[in-house]
Design a protein around this ligand. Sequence first.
Ligand code: GDP
Length: 445
Amino acid sequence: MFENLSERLGGVFDRLTKQGALSADDVKIALREVRVALLEADVSLPVVRNFIKSVETKATGSAVTKSITPGQQVVKIVHDELIRVLAGEEDAGALKIDTPPAPILMVGLQGSGKTTTTAKLAKRLKEREGKRVLMASLDVNRPAAMEQLAILGTQIGVDTLPIVKGEDPVAIAKRAKTQASLGGYDVYMLDTAGRLHIDAELIQQAADVRDVVKPRETLLVVDGLTGQDAVNVATEFDDKIGVSGVVLTRMDGDGRGGAALSMRAITGKPIRFVGLGEKMDAIETFEAERVAGRILGMGDIVALVEKAQATLEVEQAERMMKRFQKGRFNMNDLKMQLEQMIKMGGMDSLVGMMPGMAKHAGKIKEAGFDDIMLRRQIALINSMTKKERANPDLMQASRKKRVAKGAGLEVSELNKLLKQQKQMADMMKKMGKMGKGGALRQAVK
Ligand code: GDP
């Protein structure tokens, strides 16, 4: 699935990732190609526009780390944006079937894969959730469609409602409901009639059935190969009948994949499943992350960038350590360190990252490094002037009173903080003599 789209985008990023530095113009040119690729995949124009704008804003302002190329950074941003636009549900595959027998209404155009999908989902419910499922075809105009469902039912070991000639769809739906209750079924799935185009009669029929059974889920099956048409069909069905989710079929084909990208943005309806072939197991729940990965086909770069971002934080910590080793440790350093500690999950993990620090761990704990303490100390530092932060020795009685009051704390707490800063400065100086830089990086690798 998505082969064309991912190949196109892949080509764009291949060129990008080989370059060392990337100018704003390069980003623009690359994004122009992304735009063409998306339009060729039949993603709708407003969705493409928003996508490009959003990537451009993020790419322009983002910090690029040493260990990755700007091109790789752009790939990551595009990847994240794809996930945002695809907007997967937390649990797309969880159908609402809590109160048995739960009705599921399947709607869609003829040839979309509705009957096949009904059977695939029935099989899934049976095998994965141990549900007893009853399927019924409401396609009274096409006896072949009713038989097709019965054949699939036999094939997957799921019961179908016996076919009674001359019944209308609402009557069949009622019979299915009764049969499901009497027969102790957990779920009954109604495969409504399809037409080649949406027409009033088709919609009316589906609406009548909906009103009789009050479905827990109304799943719209659309052909993923039809791009924007699929999105238009979804909009119309949702307006007229109300759907709870979309199943995109034929995503195994040499599809353009555009429907997936536009669907959520335009209809507001989540894609719940994707059909990936004719076989009864060829269905998957929709996961934005996986689909975004497939579109880009560059999972390794995304992982690389994530790792590089982690390294960026380590680089910052290293820079800080270098300052400490020179014995420079003022309130700004302390504040940065306190914040870093909170971010890194407390003092314990920080100690673990710094060789030679472990034996001081007890002392550091004694000095009162718990989380609430850390936040109070940050408040005190925030209350100081720039000058005072840079040179804590300035802190005399009247300044102390002002700073403590500003933070809403006692002078005694400020005294503790000042003492701590002195202790830390001393300790850092000692540590600086113990081992030279690079230790942190080693520890994280
Ligand atoms: P309906 O008219 O909407 O009920 O469509 P059918 O369920 O009869 O499907 C029409 C054709 O599409 C059948 O040959 C199916 O095997 C095929 N089909 C359905 N879903 C998929 C899919 O996800 N991928 C592929 N490749 N074929 C599918």
